[in-house]
Write a protein that binds this ligand. Structure first.
Ligand code: ZN
Length: 165
């Protein structure tokens, strides 16, 4: 069932495309799989997030961008960043984190992916690009967990870079 959700987002990406007036944009590449995604961020007149994205690559990377856009579009940054944190926690949990569908929506479909480190990078690509775009737009979350640290390295961001020595 989870695989079907991922495939559905891959085949029918929600909200794909570019924004008219993005406030920030970031292009991230996952060289181990060949995935690429550009994520744009903006705000609608009522203060809700607008998210644009374009990408190419494996079904997990592209479906993840679609799930992200669907989950976060229209939410205020303050509401959106905890969802991003929850998705990161899920993907870094190596399969031990129980996903909360109320928070993550279709993001729960990636729970099984968390067991496969190589695919975790695919699943996180768009969410890392979003963080970079948010920083450029001045919209990055102010929460204590939301630092620039390992989540927002330069393009090609390798969030597994802190692997054990
Ligand atoms: Zn991939």
């Amino acid at each position: 069932m989870y695989q079907e959700i991922i495939l559905d987002h891959y085949k029918h990406p929600r909200g794909a495309g570019v924004l008219d007036r993005p406030l920030g944009e970031a292009h991230h590449v996952n060289p181990t799989c060949g995935d690429e995604v550009t994520v744009q961020i903006g705000l609608d007149p009522s203060g809700g997030l607008l998210i644009g994205y374009l990408g190419q690559g494996c079904s997990i990377s592209q479906a993840s961008a679609s799930v992200m856009a669907e989950a976060l579009t229209g939410r205020t940054p303050a509401d959106a960043w905890p969802i991003r944190e929850a998705f990161l926690e899920l993907m870094h949990g190596r399969g031990t984190v129980e996903p909360d569908e109320e928070i993550l929506g279709d993001g729960v479909a990636f729970a099984g992916v968390a067991k496969y480190p190589a695919r975790v990078k695919c699943a996180l690509l768009a969410w890392m690009a979003l963080q970079d775009a948010a920083i450029k737009a001045g919209l990055a979350g102010a929460g204590p967990e939301d630092t620039i640290s390992e989540d927002a390295q330069a393009d090609g961001g390798d969030e597994e870079g802190r692997a054990a020595p």
